[in-house]
Design a protein around this ligand. Structure first.
Ligand code: TRP
Length: 436
């Protein structure tokens, strides 16, 4: 395993992990989920989920990867003690990544389409603009073309390797994303709706919070930190030497949360300034924002910046999803990296066509929604639970302290990883399958 590629330095790892974490989940999903659940109070619950479950599981995944220096399947096998095989958790993770990337790439393709349209500028009436999305949805070849473009781009970046491909792409794309986001927040600060937006995001109105909000907060925090399917195990496996895992996990989660919050600060002032409902749902950035870009001063530039930002965020996340499958094939079947990328990329591309053709469905439910539901509602919490259980019961405290340290803060986080996180994940899963 000495030929294993590694990160060039700690910053490279952090940026790549942040690149994986920050994606459509932060910029597209987080604002609309917050909008749906009433704002500030939901954000508090979300923060609690990040601290109590997100960070502990992130530490767990990085630890498992770094110690084993293997892909998720190999990593779980590495920690197996008795007869019960652990590797199925890894196999499920690889499968889950394949599934998520297949539709994630299609949505990223929509972003590409809107970025292209931004260069021309949005114009026309509200109905005309919102039909763009319907038209895109009803044109399979266009979706397949963009999906192909995204997959090829991601595959080309991965072919350059871990350090030269993933790390370099993250080092360029993540700071650019940060700058674009700050520019957009400055722009939103000038809007009349900023006051309402700030109030909406920070005032905790617990009357809007339901039992479902807790589940949604936990699910969103899990998805946005890229947990539950081995992405952070894989990135952890490219770490070597002395790395403070707790500190890294806190940094990754903080940046991820900050970016989600800033994305909210960009989107909600635009929404409030124009009298839109914050609870507009998943169509928020595709159907409503372009309407506003068409009429606001400087909207042309703002829309280019906005969709470029989302695209960068999505590409670095897609990279991490494909890397899980690639590292699995390279480690387990000893394929060359290029061959592994070509094979797994093609498999995912073919699977993604099911999501790209929106008229194909099972019982009226489009494939994109089916894959999203299976992967993020069932497989991720279950994968997270499996990971937490292995970490809790198959690895001794001494081993953990030796790697992670035994300062009080580490002890608290390890306690959360052992008891709090699995319990909450179990509750979420049982609730998802409708047991209560
Ligand atoms: N975290 C990314 C986002 O917020 C998506 C993502 C990348 C992901 N890799 C993952 C989600 C692994 C779950 C598991 O958009």
């Amino acid at each position: 395993m000495s030929s294993r590629d590694h990160w060039g330095n700690k910053l490279g790892f952090i940026l790549a992990a942040v690149g994986s974490a920050v994606g459509l989940g932060n910029i597209w999903k987080f604002p609309y989920v917050v909008g749906k659940n009433g704002g500030g109070a939901f954000i508090l619950i979300y923060l609690a989920c990040i601290i109590l479950v997100g960070i502990p599981i992130l530490i767990t995944e990085i630890y498992i990867g770094k110690k084993s220096q293997l892909n998720p399947v190999g990593a779980f096998r590495f920690f197996q003690k008795g007869k019960v095989p652990f590797s199925p958790i890894g196999y499920a993770g690889v499968l889950c990544g394949v599934m998520i990337l297949s539709y994630y790439s299609v949505i990223t393709g929509w972003i590409c389409h809107y970025l292209m349209l931004s260069f021309r500028g949005f114009s026309g009436t509200e109905t005309e603009i919102s039909t763009i999305f319907d038209h895109l949805n009803a044109t399979p070849w266009l979706n397949v073309a963009w999906h192909t473009f995204v997959m090829v781009t991601v595959m080309l970046i991965l072919m350059k390797g871990v350090m030269k491909g993933i790390e370099k792409a993250s080092k360029i794309l993540m700071p650019t994303l940060g700058i674009l986001l700050i520019v957009l927040v400055c722009y939103s600060l000038t809007l009349d709706g900023m006051k309402d937006a700030w109030h909406f995001l920070t005032y905790p109105d617990f009357s809007k919070v339901t039992g479902g909000s807790l589940l949604e907060a936990l699910g969103t925090s899990f998805f946005t930190l890229s947990l539950g399917m081995g992405a952070m195990i894989t990135y952890g496996s490219y770490l070597k030497g002395d790395v403070n895992i707790t500190k890294s996990a806190v940094q990754i989660a903080s940046v991820d949360t900050l970016i989600a919050f800033l994305a909210g600060l960009v989107i909600f002032p635009i929404v409030f300034s124009n009298g839109l409902e914050p609870s507009a749902g998943p169509g928020l950035i595709f159907k409503t924002l372009p309407v506003l870009f068409a009429k606001m001063p400087g909207g042309h530039i703002v829309s280019i910046a906005f969709f470029a930002l989302v695209l960068f965020a999505a590409i670095t996340s897609a990279i991490s999803l494909l890397e899980v499958a690639v590292s699995f094939v390279v480690d387990e079947y000893k394929f060359s990296r290029i061959k592994a990328i070509l094979i797994m990329g093609t498999v995912i591309w073919v699977l993604g066509i099911l999501s790209a053709v929106s008229s194909w469905n099972i019982g009226g439910v489009p494939f994109l929604d089916i894959f999203d539901k299976i992967s993020s509602c069932y497989m991720l919490p279950l994968g997270g639970l499996g990971t937490a259980l292995v970490f809790a019961w198959a690895i001794s405290n001494e081993q953990k302290y030796a790697e992670i340290g035994s300062k009080p803060i580490n002890k608290i986080l390890l306690f959360a990883a052992k008891y709090v996180a699995p319990l909450l994940l179990l509750v979420v899963f049982l609730r998802e399958i409708g047991l209560f």
